[in-house]
Design a protein around this ligand. Structure first.
Ligand SMILES: *Cc1c(COP(=O)(O)O)cnc(C)c1O
Length: 380
């Protein structure tokens, strides 16, 4: 079989070798519990706090604002259920979008079953949630707005600064699921009007099962996991030191060469988009042409079944995705593609390619050749 070409970095990324090296001592001799006072425990504590420092630094945040979690899903659950619960005497209305990740959508649906009301804003055809629509949805009993920084399927980057300003004007807390954006594009909490931000390590070449929630100083977040005093008593449980150390290293690496990497990814992405749209008849790009994640290209091919196309791509050694990893196995059209109003002849033939800094032009060329061949084959 051909060598594998991995173009599904939005689903997960390969852990960087330097990250594994950084983690190794914490899977061996440095096994201490960070809550103990003797040497080996303090080694863990220091390593964990170093990671917190690194991550806070990448966001221009204070380290007190960074809470470690088990990943993006937990961070989203905590932000939404935590704030909804803490402010239940103020109001029961939440504003989000209809193209959020399921970690947000299903947390909101859970709250609806508890009696909360949720407005799911529909994006425009490019996947953009308009700040005006957010503004119009605000009610006196709105306590939280949650809009993702960038969409995991179509790659659209939302106008988060403008939406945050609307939230601020109305004194409503604002959460953003930045799992696809953190460590991919520069983010600064010094300028972003965002109160809560979710991120996940395995989306930026760190280990799986670890992430963080940024909670702006002054926001009174209730505990999510009840138990011991870890994470200032808000998220109990002996910490995943190796994971936290790995995430810190991955965050550091991602920010060291960010500008150069973004330039490369955009160059590759635009090359892929131009060639596909010019060389494959009846193809379309989903999401916004420029307001999109550097490494994301999401296409639909008219009269083609996406699941069948993925299988043929895989035979050529290419790993891509039909949209979100959570939906594979279902031949259903993605809810994001539906919400964008992609025409029915195109919607079932949707494929996402997500590149990373290590993706080469040669790999993209192989992917384009395979796409051309296989789209033509499926249209016969
Ligand atoms: C991957 C992803 C998540 C979930 O993160 P996990 O760490 O896998 O739980 C949440 N939101 C978005 C936008 C994602 O891409």
């Amino acid at each position: 079989m051909n060598q594998q070409i991995y173009l599904d970095n939005a689903a997960t990324t390969r852990m960087a070798d330097a990250v594994r090296v950084e983690m190794e001592p914490y899977l061996g001799e440095n096994f201490g519990n960070a809550s103990t006072s003797y040497g080996v425990g303090q080694v863990s504590k220091e390593a964990m706090e170093k990671s917190r420092d690194i991550i806070a630094g990448t966001l221009q945040a204070n380290k007190e604002e960074i809470f470690f979690t088990s990943g993006g899903s937990e961070s989203d659950n905590w932000a939404i259920k935590g704030i909804a619960g803490a402010l239940k005497n103020v109001g029961h209305h939440i504003i989000t979008s209809s193209i959020e990740h399921h970690a947000v959508l299903n947390s909101c649906e859970y709250l609806e079953r508890l009696g909360y009301e949720v407005t799911y804003l529909k994006p425009d055809a490019y996947g953009i949630v308009s700040p005006e629509a957010v503004q119009a949805a605000i009610r006196p009993d709105t306590t939280l707005i949650s809009i993702m920084f960038a969409n995991n399927e179509v790659g659209t980057i939302e106008p988060i600064a403008q939406i945050g300003r609307v939230a601020r004007e109305h004194h409503i807390l604002f959460h953003t699921d930045a799992v696809q954006a953190y460590a991919q594009v520069p983010l600064s909490m010094a300028t972003l009007p965002v109160d809560l931000l979710s991120a996940s390590s395995h989306k930026f070449h760190g280990p799986k099962g670890v992430g963080f929630l940024y909670v702006r100083d002054g926001v009174n977040m209730p505990s999510f996991i009840h138990g011991g005093g870890q994470e200032k008593g808000k998220r109990a449980g002996t910490e995943n030191i190796a994971g936290i150390v790995g995430m810190g290293k991955a965050a550091e690496l991602a920010h060291e060469n960010m500008r150069r990497r973004i330039r490369w990814e955009i160059q590759l992405r635009n090359y892929l988009i131009e060639r596909v749209l010019h060389e494959i008849p009846d193809s379309r790009l989903n999401g916004h042409r420029s307001m999109r994640l550097p490494g994301n290209a999401n296409f639909s091919f008219k009269g083609v079944e996406g699941g069948a196309l993925l299988i043929l791509l895989e035979e050529d050694g290419i790993c891509a995705s039909g949209g979100s990893a959570c939906n594979t196995g279902e031949s259903r059209i993605s809810y994001v593609i539906e919400e964008l109003g992609v025409p029915m002849e195109y919607a079932p033939g949707t494929i996402r390619f997500s590149m990373c800094g290590d993706t080469t032009k040669a790999e993209v060329d192989v992917a384009i050749a395979s796409l051309k061949k296989n789209v033509a084959k499926l249209k016969l």
